[in-house]
Design a protein around this ligand. Structure first.
Ligand SMILES: [Mg+2]
Length: 243
């Protein structure tokens, strides 16, 4: 009985989820350019992030946290996020200290970070198909460019933009708009792939498509609220694009 009923049920379900004239389930439109996020997306640096956050916790007398706890708290603007973490109002001088403690600790652990699964192979495959990609990060520009070169990834990207300010923590939206304009692109031309809700918000700001990966600092539950696909790997993200 199951052999007969199974396919029939699936056919009926498929009919319900695929209106006439729509041959593919709702997915991504084809693009020729991907804008990649760096931390948590291309770079697997979660342990360094947690160590750096815990250096801040220690300074402010808060108990250490693990990656799952951080995934439940993380959001931008980061100053609000640290306010919740440390259960206090974050004054301007606090924020400067937090930023320094975090980055000093994080930078000390950079050598222990790794490229995410699928890097660089999936990006090289994308490039080999004659398509383009660029890198946009909220991490410091000169450090980003240097680290990308250390990993021998520079040739993959048409453009690399990090943060050119001295103090970070803001949203990526304006940064993405500038990144696209500098390449003569509009939001409709690109797919943004990142690991935090702010990546999706930035994409929405410029009218770009977005896929979020669960490999970074936000939980699947938190990412799911942005109305964009959430997947567990770079390969899965790319598989959502039309062949
Ligand atoms: Mg990231």
């Amino acid at each position: 009985m199951r052999d007969i009923a199974g396919p029939t049920e699936r056919t009926e379900l498929a009919g319900l989820t695929k209106p006439a004239g729509l041959t593919e389930p709702a997915g991504l439109a084809a693009v020729e350019h991907i804008v990649w996020d760096w931390n948590g997306t291309i770079l697997d640096d979660n342990h360094a992030v947690v160590h750096a956050v815990n250096r801040v916790c220690a300074e402010f007398g808060r108990a250490p946290i693990d990656i799952e706890s951080w995934r439940g708290i993380y959001r931008r603007p980061l100053r609000d996020c640290y306010g919740e973490l440390l259960a206090r109002e974050i004054a301007v001088e606090d924020w400067a200290l937090i930023d320094k403690l975090y980055h000093d600790t994080y930078h000390g652990l950079l050598d222990t970070c790794r490229l995410s699964i699928g890097v660089p192979d999936e990006l090289r495959r994308w490039q080999a198909g004659g398509r383009r990609q660029s890198l946009l990060s909220m991490w410091f520009h000169h450090k980003l460019v240097s680290l990308v070169e250390d990993y021998r990834l520079t040739d993959l990207f048409a453009r690399i933009d990090g943060l050119r300010l001295e103090l970070g923590g803001g949203s990526k939206a304006a940064h993405l708009a500038e990144h696209l304009a500098a390449q003569g692109l509009t939001g409709a031309d690109v797919l943004v792939i990142g690991d935090v809700a702010d990546d999706a918000d930035a994409a929405a700001h410029v009218g770009a498509q977005c896929v979020l990966v669960t490999t970074g600092v936000m939980s699947r539950q938190a990412l799911a609220g942005r109305g964009v696909p959430v997947v567990d790997s770079i390969a899965e993200a790319l598989a959502l694009l039309p062949a």
